[in-house]
Write a protein that binds this ligand. Structure first.
Ligand SMILES: Nc1ncnc2c1ncn2[C@@H]1O[C@H](COP(=O)(O)OP(=O)(O)OP(=O)(O)O)[C@@H](O)[C@H]1O
Ligand SMILES: N[C@@H](CCO)C(=O)O
Length: 296
């Protein structure tokens, strides 16, 4: 039996659209066993009602990609999930399914694919590397795709707390990407370039006051505000209590980076969502340098 634990991830980190992501200490766990025949699923936690529990399941589809490449033919599979990451909230649930499936299948079939090959496959399945890279590698990962290959650099996570406010509704990445424009203004591109540079420099030099300026974005957040009622107010009003606040991935979760006052920040975000008739809860999470964890 193979056991895999995959961290949640928060992508974009404000200005780094499709480029930056960071892993967080909140996990989905996966146990895969080879059985005599068929495909069985057991789900504990999030997803027991909404996930496909058949050959369409994203974990199974990801495993199948590895088996095809390495020419491995399991007779049957039993897949047990313990999901602590809510689905379609911008916390990288689909990335955990892809990375967990790829890593488990690779182990089961004799460890033939390298980490970089798994990252390329994961990116091909997800469509962008910013969640799958930190889910696989841990840390803060800067990534891009060059000639079909992911080029990346992992940085250590900041010594900060991340207040994660999770609204009680789902927003799929597909829907959240449909709200984006096909062209952006030159000045908005410059805004994001400068902010991404400042953010990465702030992380590398541990000059966290730079984060205060650097988490702002003009490429995706403004277009997603109507999908996340209360976001505009949260961005304005929570900023003064923390180092920076931004939508997590494609939302609707919002993340605040902080060194103190986490409860006040979390309660304020929950309160603003509630004023917009949305139930929400908050968690205070640590970022982590450890990506996927594999046990046999
Ligand atoms: N834990 C999971 N296990 C299996 N499949 C999953 C899981 N999470 C998401 N998926 C699948 O991934 C696809 C996209 O999922 P979903 O919309 O939940 O994620 P997302 O939009 O990428 O949001 P997030 O950033 O939270 O991952 C759907 O087909 C969904 O069934
Ligand atoms: N970079 C992606 C992350 C999706 O989780 C987006 O913002 O659409």
């Amino acid at each position: 039996m193979i056991k895999v634990k995959v961290p949640a991830t928060t992508a974009n980190l404000g200005p780094g659209f499709d480029t930056l992501g960071m892993s967080l200490e909140l996990y989905n766990e996966l146990e895969v066993s080879e059985v005599e025949s068929g495909l069985e699923f057991e789900v504990v936690g999030y997803g027991s009602e909404e996930l496909d529990l058949d050959e369409n399941n994203l974990i199974y589809q990801s495993m199948k990609r590895v088996f095809e490449i390495v020419d491995y033919h399991p007779q049957g599979l039993k897949i047990k999930l313990n999901n602590q990451i809510p689905l379609a909230r911008g916390l990288g649930s689909s990335a955990t399914a892809i990375v967990g499936g790829l890593v488990a299948a690779n182990k089961l079939s004799g460890d033939k694919l390298s980490r970089d090959e798994l990252l390329n496959l994961a990116t091909e399945i997800e469509g962008h590397p910013d969640n799958v890279a930190p889910a696989l590698l841990g840390g803060v990962v800067i990534s891009t795709i060059k000639d079909g290959q992911v080029v990346y650099k992992k940085l250590s996570v900041p010594k900060l707390n991340i207040v994660v406010c999770i609204p009680d509704y789902q927003l799929s990445t597909v829907e959240a990407r449909e709200s984006l424009p096909t062209e952006v203004k030159f000045e908005d591109a410059i805004f994001n370039l400068s902010h991404t540079g400042l953010l990465i420099t702030g992380l590398i030099t541990e000059d966290y006051k730079l984060i205060k300026y650097a988490l702002d974005d003009k490429l995706h957040q403004p277009y997603r505000q109507e999908l996340v009622p209360g976001l505009e107010t949260i961005l304005e009003e929570v900023k003064e209590d923390c180092l920076g606040v931004t939508i997590s991935g494609s939302g609707p979760t919002v993340v605040a980076f902080s060194l103190e006052k986490e409860e006040k920040i979390g309660e304020k975000m929950v309160d603003i969502f509630s004023q917009n008739n949305i139930k929400a809860k908050y968690l205070v999470l640590n970022p982590t340098d450890q990506g996927v964890i594999l046990k046999r």
